[in-house]
Design a binder for this molecule. Sequence first.
Ligand code: LMR
Length: 391
Amino acid sequence: MLENLAAQPADALLALIKLHNADPREDKIDLGVGVYRTSDGATPVFKAIKAAEAKLLADQDSKAYLGPEGDMGFVHALIPYVFGADFDTSKVEGMQAPGGTGAVRLALEVAKRAGVKRVWMGTPSWPNHAQIVNAIGLELKTFKHMAADGTADLEALKTALNEAEAGDLVMLHGCCHNPTGVDYTPAQWDEIAPLLAAKGVLPLVDLAYQGLGEGMEADAYGLRTVLKAVPEALVAYSCDKNFGLYRDRVGAFYVVTSDGDALARAMANGSAIARASWSMPPDHGAAAVRLILADAELTAMWLAELDEMRDRMRWVRDRLSAAQQVGPIPMDPLGTQNGLFSMLPLSSEQILAIRERHGVYMAGTGRINIAGLTTGNIEKFIEALADVATA
Ligand code: LMR
């Protein structure tokens, strides 16, 4: 029976982790999978998380099941950060999900049950977006995310919306676009929000990097602007990056609508999908986030750690942008992009060459995780880039 299975290519991004680990060169540079790194190249556990985990260890008195919706204290504690302190909480409900991936999956599955057939998405996008859309059996329609001048292509989104039909879903990255780092500007979001509303499409905003771009509030501008305009929307949220909880898989799926009945049904469908998929999400990381957000001192500690991450990434971006031009590659745009990622216009031969000749690991699309660059390796990276880009 099992011989009938089709062969599957390995996930290219995850395969890169293994390739990098197997490389014996001491000066290799990992710009692959999206994890934050300090100036020492480490991905430490946040101090605030460590403190919350210590509390959890001391105080948690049961590990009995919570239910398919997970830790609702965690889900509700995030609401003011995601939606704003003054958001009408009667319009939103959520449930915990296993990471941002689980949240996107839940959102798209619920959308499909609600009758959505087509998903519009700017490309390039995080490869798992298309994989999830395909796995669920929804039709994927794409438009260009980035214009030739390196800014977000609002015209392409407008053209897509012209073609879209009411009831289609439009998936948007809330901030720190993965893989380009190119976000819609606040002025562009101001234009996008009423267009989404006028067309009657269902927005799904994927907010996986809040706080890693301009700050917790600024990074939510797009989402909050959309929510002011549309009657209903879905949100996929991840704490994997902004709390550094990657392997603990901490995410949330939110539904926003003022129709209380529809809100309850959406959550009931989400719970049924979770039950048939993973039954209940893992508890540990979400419980740690809940403890942080319930404690002013831990919250301040977490936010300070997030500020530090953002400042370091800004330093890397400033240094890359100061290189101005590496061979034919303009480096200036990297300075104004946001979050962990940017894309370099390299051919697959050049991406292979920089890996083989210089031990620089980046995704096959030319995406780099800028947090992989440090004072110790950034000059080597720029030289390696010049070597392959001008060859
Ligand atoms: C990435 O894009 O590198 C991260 O979102 C990790 C992942 O799961 O792909």
